[in-house]
Structure formats: C-alpha cells, structure tokens
Design a protein around this ligand. Sequence first.
Ligand SMILES: [Zn+2]
Ligand SMILES: [Zn+2]
Length: 196
Amino acid sequence: MAADIGFSCRCGALQGILHGASAASGCHLVCYCKDCRAFAHRMGVADDLLPGGGSPLFQTTPAMIEITRGAERIACLRLSSKGLHRWYAACCDTPLANTAGSSRIPFAGLWRPILADHTALGPVRTLGFTQSALAGIGAPRKDKGLARMVGGLLRRGIAAYLSGEARKNPFFDSAGHPVATPTIAGPTPPPAPRQQ
Ligand SMILES: [Zn+2]
Ligand SMILES: [Zn+2]
C-alpha cells in the first residue's frame, strides 16, 4: 500500500512529504560507503547510522519528494568534486537526500531517519558497499540486491521521463540548476585532541 509520509528536519523548519511511498516505489537500502557515513558524521547524526556504519536510505525519484515548508533552508555539500550532491537542511544540519549532479538523472536517496514512519517502505532489500562497513556486531558480510536496485533505478527513471515527472525535482529548478550552490567540503578534520 502506497502512503504519503511526512518528513521534517530536526528543528522542524523544513518539512515535506514523500508521496506514494511503498516497497515498489523505491529501493529501501542501507549504504555502507565511507562518503555516506562521513556525511552523517559531519551533520552530527551518526547516532542514526545502523550497525556496521550503514546509512539507511530510500532511493526513489525526486518527483516523489515535495518540500512543503522551509525550502529556502536547503543547502548542498559534496564531499569531493566527484562526490554526490548531498542535500541537507541548513537550519539544523539534517541530511535530506543525495542525488546525482544533474536533474537529468532522476534519482534521490532520501535519508530515512527524517521520515515520520517508514513502515510503508517495507523491509530493507539492498545492502550496498558492504566492503566499507565497519567491523563489529551487526556488520553485513556482503552486498545484496544491487541488481534489483539498478533495475529499479532504470525502470523508475524511464517512467519518470515518460510521465513528464522527471522535471519535478525539489533540488533542481525547471532549468536544471541546483536550488542551492553546492559547497565542496575539505577533508574531514581529525577529531580534536582530548583535553587533559
Ligand atoms: Zn531544521
Ligand atoms: Zn553511500
């Protein structure tokens, strides 16, 4: 059953709706890549990471994501000049979604913890970049469901073009320009030495 699910940044200034969310409308995944994890640490939301340092995401088409309030808070950080566009709410540093650098590639990996409820997404189907997972209890052993993820990306991408939905995107305007200028981050600062 598809559901419209509300989401909000941590302070509540930015709010929105994920429309038509269901197990079929996107890919419920956990990404163990270092960049997703580094971004969570930079935003101060490392507590939301799963065992093994995984980032819970729902990868879907950007047209399904509507910002209903506080769109002017949207900011964008890239961890390198080749990195994904990582969108967040600048009011309180809450991750929103990662996207490609162009609205012509209609996918967005929504940061799942912002959703009020994620039952409608069904269980996690895909584990990605597990070779970068942190060792320890609950760490995944191998990737899972990547072919399904890529198939879904292509299928939803084509459907978005056919329906004209590909132009609807909260992170890029109708001319294809990012709604906020992406900042390219410097290297992650090392943890501050502990005070004696
Ligand atoms: Zn906020
Ligand atoms: Zn990742």
